[in-house]
Design a protein around this ligand. Structure first.
Ligand code: UDX
Length: 435
């Protein structure tokens, strides 16, 4: 099928490349010329395992193109809107201006056989509102939320655990669903479950899923606070409660908490939207989820300062990790960088290292010192803070690391190192939620 993808960020670039790999003819549209040039050359503009291969294959086979010329959407039958919905400055609500602009930019090129599929995460009610904007074109509008995780985006797009189609009532919805079935034929033939719902339910599925995940993480981090108060070990607690398959062990890793471009802004946008709908009490608990998450960053700083006998002044602190999670170069609302900045403002001499995210991190916090090489970053440190659990940091050897640093103080912000091994090697090992 002929497909256009509007917005080639973390979501759209992967979606475009993945759809081309299924045999479709795809044109990806973005206003950022640098991004278009990189994607056209087969270079992912951000770190995402597997994306480079798909881009190169798409280019070689000829089914994948990127351009800033929006009129190219004219050739497509199905249009995916994949632009961002960031948090509005100074507010909790999501900024949907890019989604609105994307829909409006399509209007001149749509016909009654076109299908416009929103994938961006939007406040409930957006699909209905935008369907009215396109009404005169005769095009069908549907919402097909995306659940991909950064770092696993290619696999999550090609092998999702479910497909959700939010459609208009009646024949229009059936026609749109049939078109999307055509796009996802190979995925459906793999046995992927598909649910067809109304617009509002599809929009809420995404927000509810992210709220649940955030709640799970903050729940275990609240337990970590209790473990700190009582001398218990939150990692053992998580293992034990996670064995109950009604609870499950996934997303119960206590530590520095969640960040990134989705969970924090999605729970805030959800609170804002619920307020507009007069249902703010229903999600008032998300404020506490957000607070628990933010407290972990402050607690991390307190533990590190305590391990350095009460002051950061003049102390060299090496922070392992800048990305909001491993296997990503995304630093949006990165807990690691938030901690780095807090320590720097308290007089610490901070060095941050990361395998992939240094350039993005430097752009966001130019006042911090960034070093790409782990050995160089560790050399002379008075304390080491592991804040993003890249494989390289999980596998650090305590003796080799000891030979580099000035002080053998390690704070494990992600509970991924073995305290016994590090303490046996002479380190002061501290962590969140562990004795
Ligand atoms: C998330 C959702 O998982 C995905 O379905 C949605 O489409 C977009 O938002 P992503 O932001 O890529 O994906 O990251 P995710 O893997 O969910 O991690 C989010 C944050 O939670 C990270 O900062 C991670 O470090 C943290 N986390 C995750 C924990 O602190 N503990 C855990 O147990 C799991």
């Amino acid at each position: 099928m002929r497909i256009s993808v509007i917005g080639c960020g973390y979501l759209g670039a992967v979606h475009a490349a993945a759809m081309a790999s299924l045999g479709h003819e795809v044109v990806g549209i973005d206003v950022d010329e640098d991004k278009i040039a990189a994607l056209t050359a087969g270079r992912p503009p951000f770190f995402e395992p597997g994306l480079g291969d798909l881009l190169i294959r798409g280019r070689e086979q000829g089914g994948l193109e990127f351009t800033s010329d929006v009129s190219r959407v004219r050739e497509a039958e199905v249009h995916f809107v994949c632009v961002g919905t960031p948090q509005k400055p100074g507010e909790f609500a999501a900024d949907v201006t890019y989604v609105d602009a994307a829909f409006e930019s399509l209007v001149p090129y749509l016909t009654s056989s076109s299908v416009v599929v929103g994938k961006s995460t939007v406040p409930v009610g957006t699909a209905q509102r935008l369907a009215a904007v396109l009404a005169d074109t005769g095009a069908s509008v549907m919402w097909n939320p995306e659940f991909l995780r950064e770092g696993h985006a290619v696999d999550d797009t090609l092998h999702p655990n479910r497909l959700v189609y939010g459609v208009a009532p009646g024949e229009d919805g059936q026609r749109a669903a049939a078109a999307l079935d055509g796009v996802y034929r190979a995925i459906l033939e793999d046995g992927t479950p598909r649910m067809v719902t109304d617009y509002a339910t599809a929009e809420l599925v995404k927000t509810a899923a992210n709220s649940f995940l955030a709640t799970k993480i903050s729940f275990i981090n609240a337990m970590a606070e209790l473990c700190e108060a009582s001398g218990a070990d939150v990692t053992l607690l998580a293992d034990a409660i996670g064995m109950d398959d009604r609870i499950g062990r996934k997303f119960l890793n206590a530590g520095l908490g969640f960040g990134g471009g989705c969970l924090p802004k999605d729970i805030r946008a959800f609170m804002a939207r619920a307020g507009e709908l007069g249902a703010d009490q229903a999600v008032a608990f998300l404020k506490e989820i957000d607070s628990i998450n933010m407290r972990r960053r402050v607690r991390m700083v307190d533990i590190a300062r305590d391990a350095l006998h009460g002051s950061f002044i003049g102390k060299r602190i090496t922070i392992l990790g800048a990305a909001f999670k491993p296997d990503s170069d995304d630093v949006r609302d990165s807990p690691a960088l938030a901690v780095a900045r807090l320590i720097a403002t308290q007089g610490g001499v901070v060095t941050v290292t990361d395998p992939e995210a240094i350039e993005n991190a430097r752009r966001m916090f130019p006042e911090l010192r960034f070093v790409a090489d782990t050995t160089e970053a560790l050399t002379g440190a008075d304390a080491v803070l592991l804040l993003t659990e890249w494989g390289e940091y999980r596998n650090l050897d305590p003796d080799v690391t000891a030979s580099l640093v000035a002080g053998k103080v390690l704070v494990d912000g992600r509970n991924v190192l073995d305290p016994v091994v590090w303490r046996d090697a002479g380190w002061t090992y501290r962590a969140l939620g562990r004795p």
